[in-house]
Write a protein that binds this ligand. Structure first.
Ligand SMILES: [Zn+2]
Ligand SMILES: [Zn+2]
Ligand SMILES: [Zn+2]
Length: 142
């Protein structure tokens, strides 16, 4: 078995474990996010393909999102970005983490070890989630 097919069967396994049928398109989108190593906008993912409709990519991302394979990152730059979840993520409140936007390269990173701090809300407000973004300079830009 070649190295490539080992990697592909790994993606198959990950998608299937989350209840997602591993179509070729979904596998490609997943592997692009995996290789990207930071949160990616739809536009940036689209750029990795030669000729694929943006809506096709979007649909794959939606399926991933519904099955807790990816989460969205709102980093204040205007474009929603997508990042892979950890294996076994349920995208519950406890699974949410802080994101880091680099002011130099513009990349957004998942700081998975930093849970989103829960604010003390005034009486009558129920917490359902927060988009917590820290900005600064990433290790690659130092
Ligand atoms: Zn998640
Ligand atoms: Zn940077
Ligand atoms: Zn994240």
């Amino acid at each position: 078995m070649s190295k490539t097919s080992v990697r592909h069967s790994d993606t198959d396994r990950l998608l299937e474990a989350s209840g997602v049928k591993p179509t070729p398109m979904r596998k490609l989108v997943y592997e692009i996010l995996l290789a990207g190593n930071s949160a990616m906008s739809l536009y940036k993912i689209e750029q990795q393909f030669d000729n694929v409709e943006r809506s096709t990519i979007y649909r794959a991302l939606k399926v991933f999102q519904e099955n807790s394979l990816v989460h969205t990152v709102y980093d204040g730059t205007g474009a929603v970005r997508y990042a892979l979840c950890n294996e076994g993520c349920e995208c519950s409140l406890e699974d949410q983490h802080v994101h880091f936007l680099c002011n130099h390269c513009g990349q957004s990173y998942c700081l998975r070890s930093l849970p989103v701090p829960k604010p003390e809300l005034p009486e009558g407000f129920d917490f359902e989630g927060a988009h917590f973004v820290v900005t600064g300079i990433c290790p690659n830009c130092k």
